[in-house]
Design a protein around this ligand. Structure first.
Ligand code: ATP
Ligand code: MG
Length: 572
C-alpha cells in the first residue's frame, strides 16, 4: 500500500479528551475517531490492526475445535425474560422497541441466543460436545465509557459458548479454551497473566481472566512470586487468621471518652494502640436490608466477597445520615455492642481479644471488648482485601501486586442457562439431561488498545509485529520522479509485497523529518530508509522501531533480511 493512497489523518496535538496513552495515540496516529461517548469509528490503519487480532483469534479458536457462527445482534426480550436477565442486567442493556411494540435488546453478550439455538437443535448425547464462537459487535450502555476502545458502549468481541454432556466434558473444553487463550495472547506479543476471577453477573462457578499487565489497567492483581497462583484482588483469598497470644486473659469492657477521634489513625493514636487492636464497623445497605461489617483497623473490606457472603446484588456503604439513624451515632463511632443489625466479621478477627470499637455514641469508644461476652458472635467469612506481601494461599510465598487490563475471560457456566431455558439432551440411557455450558470472551478492540498501553514510547506506538497494520514501512528520503531513490524504493516495495511482506511505502513529498515523525507515531515495527547516499554505497538502512537500532544492509540482501526479521518477530 502507498501512503498517499491511505487515509492516515495524524494529529499534531495531544487530544485533550484522551486520558490514557493508547486512546491518545490511536487518535493522534489516525487509527480511530470518536462518534460520541463510547462509540468509535475505525480508520484504515485501525481496521488493519483489528483484523490482525481477529485473524489470530480465528486461527486459534478453529485449531482448538471451535466453529465460527454469526448470531443476531438484535435479540427478542422474551429470551432474556426466560433467563431472568431482562430485569437483572439493568441499565447496561440497550433496549429497543419495534413498530409492533415488541421489546428487543442490542446484544451485550449471547448466552440466551446460543442456548435458544441449540435447545432446538440438539437431541442426543451423540451431538455433543459442541463449541461455537463469533466475532461481532456488542452493545453495553456502560455507566462510565472511557479510555477509548477499552470501555466502549459499542465494541467488537469474540464470544464463544460450549455445550458438553457433563462436568467432566465441560472441564476439558474449559482447559482447551484456556490453552487457546494462552496462545492467542502470546502470539500478540503481550505480557499477560491468567488470573482466578470472580464470575460476576454472568454467574457460573469458576472463571479465569486474562490480564495484560499495564500500569493504567483498571484491575488490581495479586500474583505469587514463586508459584503460578494469580488472582484478581476481588477474589484473592486471604490466608491470615488471627493468632491470639496464649497468655492474654479477657478483660472487662470500659467506655472511654474519645472527643472528635473518628478515623483509625486518630483513635489508635489517641488510645496508643496498634491498628490491629481496633475493629472498624462499616454499615452497608443492600436490597435485603442493612448489615454491619467488621474488619480490622489496618484492613479493607472486599465488596465482591462481601456481596457473595451477604448473597446480595446491590451493596453500598450507608451515607452519614443513615449511619446515624441505624447506630445512633455519627460516622466514626459505630460499633457492634447493642447494635441490632446482622453482624458479619472478617475471619482475621476470630480469636481477637480485648479490642476497641466505636460505642454507638458520639465521642465514645469501648475498649477491652470480646466476642460472645460483649456482643453476639458475628458470622465469620473471608471479607477483606488481600494486600501485596501477604502469603500466597497455595505456597505461602509473598504475593506481588500488579495492574492489569482484562482482555479475555473464560467461564464455566454449568447449567445456569440450560436449566432456566431448558436446553436438554437424551443421554445413553435415554434420560433427559441439562447440557453443561462454558463461555469464553475476548475484547478484540480492547486487546488492540492494551497492546499499545504496553508498547509505546514518547514518540508513538511500537506495535508487536503480530498486530501491526503493516510490518514494514519504506521511507525514501525524497520522492522525485526519475531519481534512483524513487526507483529503488518502488522496486523494494514490489519485491517485498511479492514475497508476502505487508509493506507501506511513504510516497509523500514531505521532508524526511516529517516522514520519520509520522513513522514513529504510527508505530510500524521496521522502517527501511532509502536515500541517494546509501544507494551510492549499495546499502539501505533498516531501523527497528522498538530499539531504535539501525543496521546497514546491502541492497541485494534487503528482502532476505526483512523476511528473517518479520518471521523472527512472529515466532512466539
Ligand atoms: P469489565 O469487568 O471490564 O466490565 P466484563 O466482565 O463486563 O468486563 P465480559 O462480559 O467478560 O466483560 O466480556 C468479555 C470481554 O469483552 C472482556 O474480557 C473485555 O475484554 C471485553 N469487554 C467487556 N466490556 C467491554 C467494553 N465496554 N468495551 C470494550 N471491551 C469490553
Ligand atoms: Mg462489564
Amino acid at each position: 500500500m502507498q501512503y498517499s493512497q491511505l487515509y492516515i489523518p495524524t494529529l499534531k496535538e495531544k487530544p485533550a479528551e484522551a486520558e490514557v496513552i493508547s486512546h491518545q495515540l490511536m487518535l493522534r496516529a489516525g487509527y480511530i475517531r470518536k462518534l460520541t461517548s463510547g462509540i468509535y469509528s475505525f480508520l484504515p490503519l485501525g481496521v488493519r490492526s483489528l483484523r490482525k487480532m481477529e485473524a489470530i483469534i480465528r486461527e486459534e479458536m478453529n485449531r482448538a475445535g471451535a466453529q465460527e457462527v454469526l448470531l443476531p445482534a438484535l435479540q427478542p426480550a422474551e429470551l432474556w425474560q426466560e433467563s431472568g436477565r431482562w430485569e437483572k442486567y439493568g441499565k447496561e442493556l440497550f433496549r429497543v422497541r419495534d413498530r409492533h411494540n415488541h421489546d428487543y435488546c442490542l446484544g451485550p453478550t449471547h448466552e440466551e441466543v446460543i442456548t435458544d439455538l441449540l435447545r432446538h437443535e440438539i437431541r442426543s448425547y451423540r451431538q455433543l460436545p459442541i463449541n461455537l464462537y463469533q466475532i461481532q459487535t456488542k452493545f453495553r450502555d456502560e455507566i462510565r465509557p472511557r479510555f477509548g476502545l477499552m470501555r466502549g458502549r459499542e465494541f467488537v468481541m469474540k464470544d464463544g459458548y460450549s455445550f458438553d454432556r457433563d462436568e467432566g466434558g465441560a472441564g476439558k473444553t474449559y482447559q482447551k479454551m484456556f490453552d487457546a487463550y494462552q496462545r492467542i495472547f502470546a502470539r500478540c506479543g503481550l505480557r499477560f497473566k491468567a488470573v482466578e476471577a470472580d464470575s460476576g453477573a454472568i454467574g457460573g462457578s469458576y472463571s479465569h481472566e486474562f490480564m495484560v499487565l499495564a500500569e493504567s489497567g483498571e484491575d488490581a492483581i495479586l500474583a505469587c512470586a514463586a508459584c503460578s497462583y494469580a488472582a484478581n484482588v476481588e477474589r484473592a483469598e486471604s490466608l491470615d487468621r488471627f493468632q491470639a497470644g496464649p497468655t492474654e486473659g479477657l478483660k472487662a469492657k470500659e467506655k472511654i471518652y474519645t472527643p472528635g477521634q473518628r478515623t483509625v489513625e486518630e483513635v489508635t493514636r489517641f488510645l496508643s494502640i496498634p491498628p490491629q487492636s481496633l475493629v472498624k464497623t462499616l454499615i452497608y445497605q443492600t436490597e435485603r436490608g442493612p448489615a454491619a461489617v467488621l474488619v480490622r483497623g489496618d484492613q479493607e473490606v472486599n465488596e465482591t466477597k462481601l456481596a457473595k457472603a451477604l448473597d446480595c446484588q446491590e451493596l453500598i456503604l450507608a451515607e452519614a445520615l443513615k449511619v446515624q439513624e441505624l447506630t445512633g451515632a455519627p460516622v466514626g463511632f459505630a460499633g457492634a455492642v447493642g447494635l441490632s443489625l446482622p453482624l458479619w466479621a472478617d475471619q482475621t478477627l476470630e480469636g481477637l481479644k480485648n479490642f476497641v470499637m466505636g460505642a454507638n455514641e458520639a465521642d465514645n469508644h469501648w475498649i477491652n471488648l470480646n466476642w460472645g461476652t460483649d456482643m453476639p458472635q458475628p458470622q465469620w467469612a473471608d471479607l477483606r482485601l488481600v494486600q501485596a506481601g501477604e502469603p500466597c494461599p497455595r505456597c505461602q510465598s509473598a504475593l506481588e501486586a500488579y495492574r492489569g487490563i482484562e482482555v479475555g475471560h473464560v467461564f464455566k457456566l454449568g447449567d445456569k442457562y440450560s436449566r432456566s431455558m431448558k436446553a436438554t439432551y437424551l443421554d445413553e440411557e435415554g434420560r433427559e439431561q441439562f447440557m453443561v455450558m462454558g463461555c469464553f470472551g475476548i475484547g478484540v478492540g480492547r486487546t488492540v488498545a492494551a497492546a499499545i498501553e504496553q508498547n509505546h514510547d514518547r514518540d508513538g506506538i511500537i506495535w508487536p509485529m503480530a498486530l501491526a497494520p503493516f510490518q514494514v514501512l519504506i521511507t525514501p528520503i525524497e520522492w522525485k520522479p526519475g531519481t534512483e531513490t524513487q526507483q529503488s524504493a518502488l522496486a523494494f516495495y514490489e519485491e517485498l509485497e511479492r514475497s508476502g511482506i505487508e509493506v507501506l511505502l511513504d510516497d509523500r513529498e514531505e521532508r524526511p523529518g516529517i516522514k520519520f515523525k509520522d513513522a514513529d507515531l504510527i508505530g510500524i515495527p521496521l522502517r527501511v530508509t532509502i536515500g541517494p547516499k546509501g544507494l551510492a554505497e549499495g546499502i539501505v538502512e533498516v531501523r527497528e522501531r522498538r530499539s531504535g537500532q539501525v543496521i546497514k544492509v546491502p541492497k541485494d540482501q534487503l528482502v532476505r533480511k526483512i523476511r528473517e526479521k518479520v518471521s523472527e518477530a512472529l515466532k512466539s
